[in-house]
Write a new protein. Structure first.
Length: 289
């Protein structure tokens, strides 16, 4: 029987910055446009966090029943390890998606942007079909596309739109930057799993590119967002705060470029998550000031 700590580990806490950072940036962009509504920002954060947890449990379930999680480095997998029945893990994923749907419905009702219900439904479908369903797109090297769209563009721009009623160009720049960092988080995870993913036929982008090119792509994904964030200084000078993160971004890039693999990539995964969260704080605050 899985313990509470096992379920917590299954929720992949290190990936949760990918949910919080876009809300911080989107709310900062809303403040820069003259309107910031903390209540709606909290609801957006709840939606994003619930979706992220749902994705993580869904991946645990789908990879586990497919047998692709038997030999992995990193957090324990509930399904593959047998610590929890697969049906329980699937139920946990659906429960998280349900929480996201309820919070999203409330957010849409408050903002009046009912068309966002369709976007939310697509987000849930994308979360499940990343590794679930008959043809999971995460197994075909498209995982980063889904992450960029939903944990970058949709999360940031949706947060801004539900507060302001429109999007601004700093929000778009911030959305692209956050999306790239979310992709870097996934790339670090997939780089760690390249040897086992290749064997079981999971053709992630890292597998398709090959380790050498995937490492260079990761480096771009962690450094470029910092430079993009600084562009927002044109209208919000305090956005230059993001340049404080250039050093940590370069360190992460160098570690990966020098060939860290396996368990040595676990700290890189944690560091990338911390970088994304710090970026969200820095750019969100910089836009708001």
């Amino acid at each position: 029987m899985a313990s509470a700590s096992d379920w917590l580990a299954g929720a992949r806490p290190r990936t949760l910055p990918a949910a919080v950072a876009p809300v911080l940036v989107g709310t900062g962009a809303a403040a820069q446009a003259g309107v910031a509504l903390p209540g709606r920002a909290l609801l957006a954060a709840g939606v994003a966090l619930a979706l992220q947890v749902g994705v993580n449990y869904a991946n645990d379930y789908s990879d586990g029943v497919r047998g692709t999680d038997v030999d992995r480095v990193g957090p324990m997998r509930l399904t593959a390890s047998g610590a929890a029945p697969a049906t329980h893990v699937r139920t946990a994923a659906f429960a998280a998606f349900g929480v996201a749907a309820l919070l999203g419905l409330l957010l849409v009702a408050l903002s009046g942007a009912w068309w966002l219900l369709g976007v939310g439904a697509l987000a849930v479908v994308a979360a499940w079909t990343y590794t679930g369903g008959r043809r999971p797109y995460g197994y075909r090297g498209l995982g980063e596309v889904g992450v960029f769209v939903f944990f970058g563009l949709v999360a940031v721009l949706g947060t801004t739109f539900t507060q302001v009623g429109h999007v601004t160009w700093p929000a778009v720049v911030g959305a692209v930057a956050v999306g790239l960092l979310a992709c870097a988080l996934l790339m670090a995870n997939n780089l760690r799993d390249v040897p086992t993913d290749a064997v079981v036929g999971k053709r992630t982008l890292a597998v398709r590119l090959g380790e050498h090119r995937a490492r260079r792509v990761f480096a771009v994904m962690v450094v470029l967002p910092v430079l993009l964030g600084a562009v927002c200084a044109v209208v919000a000078p305090w956005s230059l705060l993001v340049l404080l993160l250039l050093g940590p971004a370069v360190v992460l890039a160098v570690v990966v470029l020098l060939g860290a693999r396996g368990i040595a990539l676990v700290p890189v995964l944690a560091g990338t998550g911390a970088l994304e969260l710090a970026f969200g704080v820095a750019l969100g605050l910089g836009l708001a000031l």
